[in-house]
Design a binder for this molecule. Structure first.
Ligand code: OGA
Ligand code: MN
Length: 286
């Protein structure tokens, strides 16, 4: 197994390993250690079957249920696909296209759930000729670079995260039925998180973070936006240009990500499993 770090504070490409096999514990621990160090691991050309994708995902922890039963035949997967069942494409500006478009804003998966996701594993099934890359940003290094006064100010701050807020700004909410929307009330999370395995602090924000609890809504929203804008800059970002068959895993506790747009007349089909945060009490686990 070769671990090739990206030229940034995050990310590494791992080659010389076949994730479709049943990895021994030693190999898996080496992958997990690299993941904790780099935050994002890119495994090119794995071409995993759905069952292999799920089996590898389960090594990291329990899987999370998705927010809608639409567009997936297996509850373990979120399918991010612009291809309809009949093979034609959803236009970017359709309700389904807008639902996907939410991913173009910097975010961390499931931060709108009471127990936010630990990890996501995204596999490329069909990729466009151009565009459709995914960017990642390192919230540990961005936190480290903040002025001490700002770190102190943020230390005990709580942000309110809401999917109905964030997706409401983009559109496409009607993809979720009423019960699915009702299951997503606003939740609260610390703005500064300490990683349970590495002990590193990081910023925890992104598009689902509406405002800071107890502060002026618009002012604190502007502060969160500014922190996010400042954090999502070189050398704390990488972009992965997908090849079909690639698998990428990222740590939602300390990384943000966003998807780039692609030509609307081309198919892009991605499948994601999501690893639940570590707790014994999570209504979203499968
Ligand atoms: C995701 C996501 C972005 C992309 O899978 O959680 O935000 O590039 N994806 O598809
Ligand atoms: Mn995402």
């Amino acid at each position: 197994m070769d671990i090739i770090p990206c030229e940034a504070t995050l990310g590494a490409t791992i080659t010389g390993i076949d994730l479709s096999t049943n990895l021994d514990d030693e190999t898996f621990c080496a992958i997990e250690a690299a993941w904790h160090q780099y935050g994002v691991l890119i495994f090119p050309e794995q071409n995993l079957s759905d069952d292999q994708h799920i089996a590898f995902s389960r090594r990291f922890g329990e899987l999370e249920r998705m927010i809608t039963k639409n567009f997936t035949d297996r509850e373990e997967f979120a399918w991010l696909s612009n291809v309809k069942e009949d093979g034609t494409l959803w236009p970017h500006k359709s309700e389904h296209g807008l639902y996907l478009e939410g991913n173009r804003g910097w975010h961390t998966d499931s931060s709108f759930k009471p127990v936010p996701a630990m990890a996501s594993l995204l596999a490329a099934h069909q990729v466009p000729d151009t565009g459709g890359g995914t960017e990642f940003a390192d919230m540990r290094s961005a936190y480290d670079a903040l002025a001490g006064e700002m770190q102190d100010y943020l230390e005990d701050k709580i942000a309110v995260h809401s999917y109905l807020y964030s997706q409401g700004l983009v559109g496409g909410l009607s993809v979720l039925d009423e019960a699915e929307q009702d299951a997503l009330p606003p939740v609260e999370h610390a703005v500064v998180r300490t990683h349970p395995r590495t002990g590193r602090k990081s910023l925890y924000l992104g598009r689902h973070a509406s405002h800071i609890k107890g502060e002026d809504k618009l002012e604190s929203r502007a502060l969160l936006q500014k922190l996010c804008d400042d954090a999502c800059q070189a050398p704390w970002t990488i972009t992965h240009i997908w090849g079909a068959g690639d698998l990428v895993i990222w740590d939602n506790r300390c990384m943000l990500h966003r998807g780039q747009t692609w030509p609307g007349d081309q198919a892009r089909v991605m499948a994601r499993t999501t690893i639940a945060g570590e707790t014994t009490n999570n209504e979203w686990t499968l």
